[in-house]
Design a binder for this molecule. Structure first.
Ligand code: NAD
Ligand code: IPM
Ligand code: MN
Length: 367
């Protein structure tokens, strides 16, 4: 049987730096675990604009639709700030998500014990934290029509539309309930039903799907602003958080900081099953292209490496190898190996991006 295929889109800024470490991990699995992928690499984001005048070519989009999984580094950078909206690097990511119909974005926030003192919250609040944000990724205010900047009288008006259909809510709710069953069986759904009609529909549909199909899962509802407060007050109360595209974007950055650094958080964006039974999938770190540290061997590659671990688990049914990789990361952190973003007052062994890759490969060798 042919090897499963991966399309790697390193992107901009620190994207190529962190992805280079993932490519070493991929090579390690081929050499040591008989787990080989057919890997191709392409441009997405600002680098694609520089080469082709568009953040994502149709050819790259077509490739993304064909492969078993896409791995993306990060896109964006200040040099693209003045481009027309339709040409901005971020449009590449939004097009991939929309055209691949990747409606369920899984963003785990797990606190590794070795980093519990490094969180902005007290150790006892975060130690052992393991929550999963399920963010709807293909609809809501990110994509709703009408949108744009228009004129009314003599002033400009910016318009975006928050819109959800019942089926869009239902399918991401099912994804959250399915996940919860494999975890601690609890879902907390967050919206703003107090001010948004779409929030009322969100809550109703989630409750209906629950009652009809997942009555065994414990379901609660929170207003998203209060939810943000609760994530910071007592994060361990949560197992799966289900929310929309925009709230999920914000709440996952908040949750990221509980774990110590944005450089730690992976994500999986999943769609419908393909003919081979695997879901359409794109894996990427939650962080961006970090222009402030790009090109300096400072970026933490762990979020990107853990995104590959999620690919092993969710696309390739390689749970044991995903565990192996996650344990290697855990061991390296326990040994005190630290990129700059993880360097707290307690110190540790300072390493750069490549040094962190070296340490993780050494831990894999020793496993
Ligand atoms: P960012 O995530 O790039 O950076 C925020 C802060 O976190 C910076 O101080 C950065 O140095 C730090 N940081 C991020 N990742 C890190 C890592 N792996 N190791 C160490 N430190 C890390 O967010 P931003 O500055 O708001 O955005 C920069 C650009 O990235 C923008 O163009 C934005 O649109 C884009 N962006 C892209 C994605 C993506 O491609 N998925 C996600 C978010 C932002
Ligand atoms: C993310 C990012 C993206 C988003 C941007 C870069 C389009 O912030 O993946 O969290 O807003 O979804
Ligand atoms: Mn974001």
């Amino acid at each position: 049987m042919a090897n499963p295929s991966l399309l790697i889109l390193p992107g901009d800024g620190i994207g190529p730096e962190v992805m280079a470490q993932v490519e070493r991990v991929i090579d390690w699995f081929a050499a040591n675990r008989d787990l080989a992928f057919d890997v191709s690499t392409d441009l997405a984001g600002g680098c694609a604009y520089d080469a082709h005048g568009t953040p994502l070519t149709d050819a790259t989009m077509a490739k993304a639709q064909e492969v078993d999984a896409v791995l993306l580094g990060a896109v964006g950078g200040p040099q693209y700030d003045d481009l027309d909206f339709s040409l901005k690097p971020e449009r590449a990511l939004l097009r991939l998500r929309k055209e691949m119909d990747l409606f369920a974005n899984l963003r785990p926030a797990q606190c590794f014990d070795a980093l519990a003192d490094f969180s902005s919250l007290k150790r006892e609040l975060v130690a052992g934290l393991d929550m999963m944000i399920v963010r709807e990724l293909t609809s809501g205010v990110y994509f709703g029509e009408p949108r744009g900047v228009t004129h009314e009288g003599n002033e400009r008006v910016g318009v975006n539309t928050h819109r959800y259909t019942e089926s869009e809510i239902a399918r991401v709710a099912r994804a959250a309930f399915e996940l919860a069953r494999k975890r601690s069986n609890r879902v907390c759904s967050m919206e703003k039903r107090n001010v948004m009609e779409a929030g009322i529909l969100w809550r109703d549909v989630v409750q209906e799907i629950h009652d009809a199909e997942y009555p065994d899962v414990e379901l609660s509802h929170m207003l998203a602003d209060a939810g943000g407060m609760q994530i910071v007050r007592a994060p361990k109360q949560f197992d799966v958080i289900l929310t929309d595209n925009l709230f999920g974007d914000m709440l996952s950055d908040v949750a990221a900081m509980l774990t110590g650094s944005l450089g730690m958080l992976p994500s999986a964006s999943l769609g419908l099953p393909m003919a081979n039974g695997r879901p359409k999938a794109l894996y990427e770190p939650v962080h961006g292209s970090a222009p402030d540290i790009a090109g300096q061997d400072k970026a933490n590659p762990i979020a990107c490496i853990l995104s590959f671990a999620m690919a092993l688990r969710y696309s390739f049914d390689e749970g044991a190898n995903a565990d192996l990789l996650e344990n290697a990361v855990q061991k390296v952190l326990a040994d005190g190996v630290r990129t700059g973003d993880l360097m707290g007052p307690e110190g540790g062994t300072p390493v750069g991006t490549v040094g962190m890759g070296d340490a993780i490969l050494a831990a894999l060798d020793a496993a």
